[in-house]
Design a protein around this ligand. Structure first.
Ligand code: AHM
Ligand code: MG
Length: 329
């Protein structure tokens, strides 16, 4: 396909390859892209509009809720709740699941999202993102927690939007990972990165190395050896998972947020962050692991469950796993 293919056209053409598809799904992705455009517009004038700063509240994770977190959360709900495509939603910013209110028709899909990833970067004009993931509803009647407690492999679609020097939407439905760049003059996402392939081995590592002394010895040793040899890896850490992930997806590298002595499961959330990006990276030829198991195979037992995350180029993730398993030291 050539430059000029809109996201909507691409989704419709992908859906045509699945004769059983109802079109519900095309509509859902289109709704999400509309929310993304509105968030992008507000992020672009964050210094002027009333979207910077904190609300004074903390979320279920004990983190300060930024105004943009709240705005984006409400916007995504508003854009998708009335269309009859969803049965329920869950987000990093909500304590519990959000079943579609009875006044609206209920659909067959479950939407899980992180409305603003990298919130601490909003006020300093650094790239942030939105992460989303879609599952098919399992239960036949009203939506329950069980509909959300899935393995990553059950996702039917996942992706993210990065609000960077341009706004990009990257998604997968299991037929490769594809990227679309927002053309602000048209207000349309246009296909710019079809079938993204992450290099098998990277040149960058991304981690909050301020936590180095709290990491387990195998993780410390893994990072040490990245710096050794004739071609040491370069460090790049933005502190927005979406932005760090996106760079490594295109250039090759590994992002790591390990567990540590204070937080054995790390910081990042399985359903809202790790599983969706794991789907995207696997579809691009990369890998995602919690150190011993693929992220995509981990069962979610709680909505806000955290997991250590090692994600990026396949060979780099494999090397990390060798250190964790004690096969390298
Ligand atoms: P958030 O979703 O509340 O913004 O938190 C997730 C973010 C990631 O984007 C980023 O990789 C990580 O937290 C940064 O954490 P730290 O400040 O410990 O490096
Ligand atoms: Mg996040």
């Amino acid at each position: 396909m050539q430059i000029g293919t809109t996201l909507t056209r691409f989704i419709i053409e992908e859906e045509r390859q699945h004769p059983e598809a109802t079109g519900e799904f095309t509509g859902l992705l289109t709704d999400l892209s509309i929310a993304a455009k509105i968030i992008a517009r507000d992020v672009n004038k964050a210094g002027l509009a009333e979207v910077m700063g904190i609300t004074g509240r903390t979320n279920v994770h004990g983190e300060e809720v930024q105004k943009l977190d709240e705005f984006a959360n409400a916007l995504i709900i508003r854009t998708t709740d009335h269309t009859g495509r969803l049965a329920g939603m869950a987000s990093e910013e909500m304590d519990d699941i959000y079943p579609i209110p009875e006044k609206h028709p209920r659909g067959n899909y479950i939407l899980v999202f992180d409305p603003v990833d990298g919130s601490s970067n909003i006020d300093v004009n650094v790239s942030i993102g939105t992460i989303f993931s879609i599952y098919r509803k399992k239960s036949s009647d009203s939506v329950t927690h069980a509909d959300f407690l899935c393995r990553g492999r059950e996702q039917v679609c996942a992706g993210y939007i990065i609000y960077g020097s341009s706004t990009m939407l990257v998604y997968t439905t299991g037929s490769g990972s594809h990227g679309f760049t927002l053309d602000p003059s048209l207000g349309e996402f246009l296909l710019s990165h079809e079938h993204i392939q992450i290099p098998e081995r990277g040149q960058y590592y991304s981690a909050n190395e301020g936590n180095y002394l709290k990491w387990d010895a195998p993780v410390r040793r893994f990072v040490d050896q990245l710096k050794e040899g004739s071609q040491p890896y370069s460090a790049r850490y933005i502190g927005s998972l979406v932005a760090d992930f996106h760079r490594n997806l295109l250039k090759g590298g590994i992002f790591l947020y390990p567990g540590d002595s204070k937080s054995p499961s790390g910081k990042l959330r399985l359903l809202y962050e790790a599983a969706p990006l794991a789907f995207v990276v696997e579809q691009a030829g990369g890998a995602a692991s919690n150190g011993t198991q693929p992220i995509m195979d981990l069962p979610a037992t709680e909505l806000h469950q955290r997991t250590p995350l090692f994600i990026g180029s396949r060979d780099d993730v494999a090397t990390l796993e060798q250190f964790v398993r004690g096969k390298r030291a």
